[in-house]
Design a binder for this molecule. Structure first.
Ligand code: NAP
Ligand code: ZN
Ligand code: ZN
Length: 350
């Protein structure tokens, strides 16, 4: 039997219910585990999709949160990579099979039997669902824990653990760099990180937003050009001009309007995960040998690479700090695209 202890968390009991305080069990660290006192946790739109069962797989009660930073307060007997007092991060993956081809290649996010997500996954130790970072502390195997560069503001680093890696990984995979014109669609938590990272990789960045209030700011974030995507004339000016597009929109939208902006052989990678399918017209792909692709977060080694890259380039998220008790209002605002650009929960408030 795995020993456990009860801690404070915030979660939801049903798709229509608000998030409320609740107690959850965490295992006492086993040999390779570290226990992390959570200082800050980012609020990802995936938390909201999951809490509201928009992807139809939520197990309740559900405690979201997978952009976790904090301090190690206890280590298991065989932990070798970390010690008590270290500042560390945990993203979307807390375990995986470690044996399949993809785990061996550092692609734990595509683990064949399935990775263990930080929340809403079967917990290998307790038989319950895993519970995420909207909580006082978390216990994680040291192999799934990340080091945080010392020069970065800790609260503003939390969103790198999901929004950072989810944009970094496809930008790397599609070899974005100098000489590339790259579109970033949807300037929310993911999109604003996509702008900063693509710019630091040396690309020419074009931001696409539906929000007039973000138009001027996108340049401050690093975009070379900004397009109001509701304006057909502005969109038409980019027809056939982009090498690569990263689409981080959380809701249904016209994907063909963006495929039309790609050059011959260009690719559009979807990271946004709307509840309903997005229709793709055959001719949007045929005319120009275009690729429509997707990408999910990133593996553990690549997440560390991304954190080190952000450390070198001084990249963090633009955040709005909230107390745990404000989470339901934050979700309402997230649904309206009204956050600049990531809510981060000060976990001392729980
Ligand atoms: P977010 O902060 O809410 O940003 C989403 C942005 O999409 C909004 O800021 C808005 O940007 C745009 N948008 C929202 N509704 C729209 C609509 N109806 N039409 C057009 N544009 C709209 O969300 P996020 O945390 O960045 O997450 C974005 C999506 O990525 C979510 O679906 C999330 O679940 C998913 N995600 C996927 C992965 C992965 O591994 N693939 C990882 C994390 C998150 P503008 O105001 O600029 O238009
Ligand atoms: Zn996320
Ligand atoms: Zn595996």
């Amino acid at each position: 039997m795995t020993e456990t202890t009860n801690i404070k968390a915030y979660g939801t009991a049903a798709a229509e219910a608000p998030l409320n305080p609740m107690d959850i069990s965490r295992r006492i660290p086993t040999a390779h585990d570290v226990q992390i006192e959570i200082q800050y946790c980012g609020v990802c739109h995936s938390d909201l999709h999951t809490a509201k069962n928009e992807w139809h797989g939520t197990i309740y009660p559900c405690v979201p949160g997978h952009e976790i930073v904090g301090k190690i307060v206890r280590v298991g007997d065989h932990v070798s990579k970390f010690k008590v007092g270290d500042t560390v991060g945990v993203g979307c993956i807390v375990d995986s099979c470690r044996e399949c081809q993809y785990c061996q290649e550092g692609l734990e996010q595509y683990c064949e039997p399935g990775m263990t997500g930080t929340y809403n996954s079967p917990d290998k130790y307790l038989g319950t669902p895993t519970f995420g970072g909207y909580s006082e502390s978390v216990v994680v195997d040291e192999n799934y824990v990340l080091r945080i560069p010392e020069n970065l503001d800790l609260a503003a680093t939390a969103p790198l653990l999901c929004a950072g890696i989810t944009t970094y990984s496809p930008l790397r995979h599609w070899n974005v760099g100098p000489g590339h014109k790259v579109g970033i669609v949807g300037i929310g938590g993911l999109g604003h990180m996509g702008i900063k990272i693509a710019k630091a990789m040396g690309a020419h960045v074009v931001a696409f937003t539906t929000s007039e209030s973000k138009f001027a700011e996108a340049k401050r974030l690093g975009a070379d050009e900004v397009v109001l995507s509701k304006d057909e004339d502005q969109m038409a000016a980019y027809k056939g001009k982009l090498n690569f597009i990263l689409d981080a929109v959380s809701a249904e939208h016209d994907i063909n309007a963006y495929l039309n902006l790609l050059r011959v052989d260009g690719s559009l990678a979807l990271v946004g995960a709307p509840e309903n399918p997005l229709p793709v017209a055959a001719f949007s792909l045929i005319m120009g040998r275009k690729s429509f692709a997707g990408s999910m977060i990133g593996g553990i080694a690549e997440t560390q690479e991304m954190l080190d890259f952000c450390g070198e380039h001084n990249i963090v998220s633009d955040i709005e700090m909230i107390d745990m008790q404000q989470i339901n209002v934050a979700y309402e605002r997230l649904l309206k695209g009204d956050v600049k650009y990531r809510f981060v929960i000060d976990m001392a408030s729980i």
